[in-house]
Design a protein around this ligand. Structure first.
Ligand code: IPE
Ligand code: IPE
Ligand code: MG
Length: 253
């Protein structure tokens, strides 16, 4: 693929998002349109994951967070849940060497204690192997729910307040953030959702406070480099004001 950031004058690395988060939706519908089983859609979805990681790595996007399985997805038919767990294990097996070679840190967020032991083992090995990598962080949200994450952070904060390790006056946004699963990862600049639904579905509720939202009708297995570029271009055309007025933003630019 042509590196468009350096090869053309209208693409510069200026104003690229530091952190992109993606709700990878539409695998089931992709398969249904082709009279295939839903799991085939998830299988194709895994190829899109590889493409998205490579896109971010080659264009210098430092953080990519992918919503792979929500707390609510546990309610799906058992065959789909176990199929997804198997695919996840296969994904780690087939990709972790390349992820490591590319200096990418593999990270996971979510209620990992709910995952089968074999999957947790795989994850642990992948985390340990890549923990010192610096070029990029790939976070996969697994058994993840934003509300559950906030409750768990609130309980940790409560413990610290009770033990006296934290004073109420010192509790602010950034201290609270440090108790979330995403501690150490900046908030997403751009949130993409594929599959046409206009909702957040319990993803990164705290962290998306000021993210730019981008929705596309493309189903996740069809989300390719061109589609990713379109999302980036949309992001760059927006003015992020963070509550200020436009003149304040221009004068500080
Ligand atoms: C997203 O695709 C992947 C997961 C939630 C695991 P879906 O499986 O939700 O696909 P659709 O929305 O049914 O098409
Ligand atoms: C969101 O997709 C979760 C993931 C992509 C992992 P869903 O398909 O579960 O979301 P809803 O049910 O349409 O809101
Ligand atoms: Mg869906």
């Amino acid at each position: 693929m042509v590196d468009r950031l350096t090869s053309s004058s209208d693409h510069t690395s200026k104003d690229l998002p530091v952190h992109v988060a993606i709700i990878m939706d539409g695998n089931g519908r992709w398969a249904k349109q082709r009279y295939m089983p839903r799991l085939e859609g998830h299988r194709q979805g895994a190829k899109s994951v590889r493409r998205a990681v490579e896109f971010c790595r080659s264009n210098g996007i430092k953080y990519l967070t992918l919503y792979a399985f929500s707390t609510e997805n546990w309610e799906r038919p058992e065959s789909e849940v176990s199929g997804l767990m198997k695919l996840l294990t296969q994904f780690i097996d087939s990709e972790i060497e390349e992820i490591h070679r590319n200096d990418i840190r593999f990270n996971v967020i979510g209620q990992l204690q709910r995952l089968p032991e074999s999957v947790r083992q795989k994850i642990k090995t992948a985390l340990d192997k890549t923990c010192n990598n610096k070029t990029m962080t790939l976070s996969v949200a697994l058994s993840y729910g934003g509300r559950q994450e906030i409750i768990s952070a609130a309980l940790k904060v409560h413990d610290k307040l009770v033990s006296g390790d934290l004073r109420e006056d010192d509790l602010n946004d950034s201290v609270f953030s440090s108790f979330l699963d995403t501690a150490g990862v900046p908030d997403p600049d751009l949130l993409i959702r594929t599959g046409g639904e206009l909702r957040i579905s319990n993803f990164l509720l705290w962290q998306v406070a000021y993210a730019e939202l981008y929705f596309t009708d493309l189903l996740w297995p069809s989300f390719d480099e061109d589609a990713f570029w379109k999302a980036i271009e949309a992001y760059r055309s927006r003015q992020r004001r963070f509550g200020k007025i436009s003149e304040q933003i221009q004068s500080s630019a």
